[in-house]
Design a protein around this ligand. Structure first.
Ligand code: NDP
Length: 291
């Protein structure tokens, strides 16, 4: 019988934030450097407001400076691009994050490609995506970076392991696959057109689910003893009219089959902001030549 162990992303993220805070304090004392993160929010999407608030709070807790820019939902694209140009030129700003999704009048790709790649702490600029793909130092998207940190912490060397990533978005699936390839995994990227998705998943020593479909990955899709990283965050209704969060993996069914699994909430979720702070620290150090 396999005893399935949960991966405590909340505790790991707290430890990572503490290590980042120590490094920020050290940089301040030794070099007078205080990393700054600018977060831009356009409109009043409730989920985005919560994310932005949490990002700002954790930035301050880590000893960094937080700059918040809240723009009206009808802000013209040119105005947002002008703000980004000012942030690109501001030496107190080491990282720039534009909260997605953006309202319809704004072209998100255009906005992301206006951010200075050296300050692109979300890692969404094509220069950073390309640098990751060819194996150069890059700012890497936060959620997949968090996934791979958890995997390395729990499994050690990933070399030679078979990884299946379900989902091919630029934000999660593709960069997760790139990072696993960099760790010498044998990587398969599955998506909505994949034939025999359960069969593909069953080959995985490491199964990453980044789909956005509640509990789509069933217990019998998991190879016994595999490590399951559930990136999905899905809100589903409860009988009492309230809602609860579930992942892309049927967590109860995975018990007794998976070796390790990230719960939702408390698995991958908390790693995202911790990795954003890590990227801001990395960006700040590189900008002043300390890396
Ligand atoms: P996207 O919607 O951009 O991508 C979803 C991917 O899943 C697509 O590649 C799609 O394939 C694939 N897919 C959809 N349906 C199926 C199916 N039936 N079978 C196989 N593949 C399928 O989502 P994101 O990558 O942005 O996010 C994925 C999940 O992760 C969401 O639940 C999101 O909430 C969560 N998330 C969590 C974060 C965190 O923990 N902090 C951060 C970011 C996201 P195709 O390309 O063919 O359409």
């Amino acid at each position: 019988v396999i005893e399935t162990k949960p991966i405590d992303g909340k505790a790991f993220a707290a430890g990572l934030r503490a290590r980042i805070a120590e490094e920020v304090a050290r940089l301040g004392a030794a070099h007078g450097l205080k990393p700054g993160l600018a977060v831009v929010l356009v409109g009043e999407d409730p989920a985005s407001q919560v994310y932005v608030r949490n990002k700002a709070a954790q930035t301050l807790e880590a000893g960094m400076t937080s700059f918040e820019h809240k723009l009206a939902v009808d802000t013209p694209e040119a105005e947002l691009l002008a703000l980004i140009a000012r942030l690109n030129a501001d030496p107190a700003v080491n990282g720039i994050l534009v909260q997605l999704p953006l309202p319809a009048q704004i072209d998100a790709m255009k906005v992301l490609s206006t951010i200075d790649p050296a300050k692109d702490v979300d890692g969404f600029h094509v220069v950073n995506a390309g640098r990751l793909a060819v194996g150069l130092d890059a700012l890497v998207p936060c959620t997949p970076l968090g996934c791979v940190m958890l995997l390395k912490h729990h499994l050690g060397n990933l070399s030679g392991l078979k990884a299946v990533v379900v989902g091919r978005s630029n934000i999660v699936g593709k960069p997760a696959a790139q990072l696993l390839l960099k760790e010498d995994c044998t990587v398969t990227i599955a998506h909505s057109r994949t034939r025999d998705l359960p069969g593909e998943c069953r080959t995985a020593d490491i199964l990453v689910a980044a789909v956005g479909r509640p509990e789509m990955v069933r217990g019998d899709w998991i190879k016994p003893g595999a490590t399951v990283i559930d990136v999905g965050i899905n809100r589903i209704p409860k009988p009492d009219g309230k809602t609860r969060l579930v992942g892309d993996v049927a967590y109860q069914e995975a018990q007794g089959i998976a070796g390790l699994i990230t719960p939702v909430p408390g698995g991958v979720g908390p790693m995202t902001i911790a990795c954003l702070l890590q990227n801001t620290l990395t960006a700040a150090k590189r900008q002043v030549g300390l890396e």
